[in-house]
Design a protein around this ligand. Structure first.
Ligand code: PMV
Length: 353
């Protein structure tokens, strides 16, 4: 059977100004420009294979076949967009391994949908530039649009109705600030109760504070970009913490309210403010889950890890700034279209025959 296949790895990213809501739900165009840093842990590897022989799209993640519409939604939306835009009729078999805990509010879909976009485009020889790759990643998962670059990244909201001007641009690459750290505390890896896509839809429709969040993020995004260029840690951290708090305020203000933070998250917020008392040296941020990510620089990293431990968090991942997606020679699907055995061993993905 003739199959076209390619494999890619992509890193997750953590937002400093968050994306929380769409202008257009089907195109995934955000209501506000947002900014993230790509980090070098919890990556995803994905092999995408296309063939006329495949009867339907099949998606496997971490050795499990995705079955429910909810599990399949993001990948299928992305594959359908790709088929329509680039005139492809073949169905796909996708095998993916994610090092990120599932749907725990830890940016897993960013790495996953960026890796799928990259692998699928390579398999079909589409030769996409970064802008097109970002748009393809975006229609799978908004945050994935930012993972197409390493370093610090801004996702432009855009204004057009077809979404063609809503894509990521790089602010500074992965070598710009080697001391920058992203320290993640795993409070919970369980599935979040409200998925980010439905949560943001609810917030946009019901939160009284929503409009002021959009206005506020417009007013501060250029300042954040400048603070990154200046490596101005205190300013970056203040903007990031206020944005996270603002997004979680909007979540609480949604109806019915959405609450992702738990007591451990709140302990971390207070502990970071104590640590920052004389000077701002770190920032907490939370996505759609209770797990804190702390931005800081290398000389404070050990202290931050101790703070997280004192807050009761045992599982801590310290990451550096990471790179954009890259092709990988070792596929998870063989030449006949069969899934190769694969598993994680000592933090490395081992692939058999
Ligand atoms: O694109 P999604 O479904 O991964 O949504 C991401 C939303 C947040 O993680 C909460 C914020 C962000 O900008 O990453």
């Amino acid at each position: 059977m003739e199959i076209l296949r390619a494999t890619a790895e992509a890193n997750p990213n953590m937002a400093l100004i968050k994306y929380w809501g769409n202008r257009d739900e089907s195109l995934i165009t955000p209501t506000n420009d947002n900014v993230s840093v790509t980090f070098d842990k919890l990556k995803t590897r994905t092999t995408a294979a296309f063939s006329d022989k495949f009867k339907e799209d099949e998606i496997y993640v971490n050795n499990r076949k995705m079955i429910t519409p909810e599990e399949l939604e993001k990948s299928i939306l992305q594959l359908n967009f790709l088929r329509m835009k680039y005139n492809v009729s073949m169905k796909a078999k996708v095998v993916s391994y994610s090092m990120t805990p599932f749907a725990g509010g830890l940016a897993g879909s960013a790495a996953g949908l960026c890796a799928l976009a990259t692998a699928a485009a390579d398999a079909l020889n589409l030769n996409l530039d970064k802008k097109e790759l970002s748009i393809l990643s975006r229609v799978g998962s908004g945050s994935a649009s930012r993972s197409v670059y390493g370093g610090f990244v801004r996702w432009l909201r855009g204004d057009s109705i077809d979404g063609s001007d809503s894509y990521a641009v790089q602010i500074a690459d992965e070598n710009f600030w080697p001391e920058f750290r992203i320290i993640i505390g795993m409070v919970s890896s369980s599935e979040k109760k409200v998925k980010s896509r439905s949560g943001m839809r609810l917030s946009k429709a019901t939160s009284i504070l929503y409009k002021s969040r959009v206005d506020y993020s417009h007013s501060v995004v250029n300042e954040l970009v400048k603070a990154i260029h200046d490596r101005n840690l205190p300013r970056i951290c203040e903007i990031a913490m206020r944005d996270s708090n603002n997004m979680h305020a909007v979540m609480l203000d949604s109806w019915p309210p959405i609450i992702y933070l738990n007591d451990t998250s709140k302990r971390v917020i207070n502990a970071i403010h104590d640590f920052n008392q004389s000077e701002i040296k770190s920032a907490y941020t939370f996505d759609a889950g209770p797990n804190p990510a702390i931005f800081t620089i290398s000389k404070y990293a050990k202290e931050i890890e101790n703070i997280l431990k004192e807050c009761g968090i045992e599982n801590i991942i310290a990451a550096n700034v990471g790179k954009g997606p890259a092709p990988i020679e070792e596929h998870l699907i063989d030449e006949e279209g069969n899934i190769k055995k694969h598993c994680l061993k000592d933090g490395e993905l081992i692939v058999g025959e």
